[in-house]
Design a protein around this ligand. Structure first.
Ligand code: ATP
Ligand code: MG
Length: 140
């Protein structure tokens, strides 16, 4: 077990459905501390940079259009095994396959609008956190 940081995004569908508070409550109840947080409306270019790893996928345009369609809530979560813990709370990418009681099972309509993002490994967490937060926003 080790203390990790992970990047969470509550996607535009989660903000539109007014489940931001509910989702943040799930993180905190699971022992994840919110170390930094902001609500922003990302541009398509900013989203394309964030999801660059998926640039060759057929769903890239759909994904980047959706992610820039409205405000999102971006946070840095910290705790024991934060990366895996957050992904457990999120559930599978496709909400139809997500375990009952997970965020995606409870709130997501389909794979293209699946309510939350979470980093998938320590290296990607570090890159993703640095993409959105300055070192000076993470001192506390
Ligand atoms: P995220 O990176 O958003 O946390 P994930 O790690 O569970 O999700 P990835 O494989 O990284 O899933 O895919 C990134 C995002 O691309 C998914 O969250 C989803 O919104 C979108 N996506 C993935 N597969 C599809 C698909 N077949 N059709 C439409 N969108 C998809
Ligand atoms: Mg991913």
């Amino acid at each position: 077990m080790s203390v990790e940081r992970t990047l969470s995004i509550i996607k535009p569908d989660g903000v539109k459905k007014s489940v931001v508070g509910n989702i943040l409550n799930r993180f905190e109840t699971a022992g994840l501390k919110i170390k930094a947080m902001k609500m922003v409306h990302l541009s398509k270019r900013e989203v394309e940079g964030f999801y660059a790893v998926h640039a060759d996928k057929g769903f890239f345009d759909e994904l980047t259009t959706f992610m820039s369609s409205g405000p999102v809530v971006i946070s840095v979560l910290e705790g024991e095994n934060a990366i895996a813990k957050n992904r457990e709370l999120m559930g599978a990418t496709d909400p139809k396959k997500a375990d009952p009681g997970t965020i995606r099972a409870d709130y997501s309509d389909y794979v293209g609008e699946n309510t939350v993002h979470g980093s998938d490994a320590p290296e990607t967490a570090a890159t993703e956190i640095a993409y959105f937060f300055a070192v000076t926003e993470l001192v506390n």
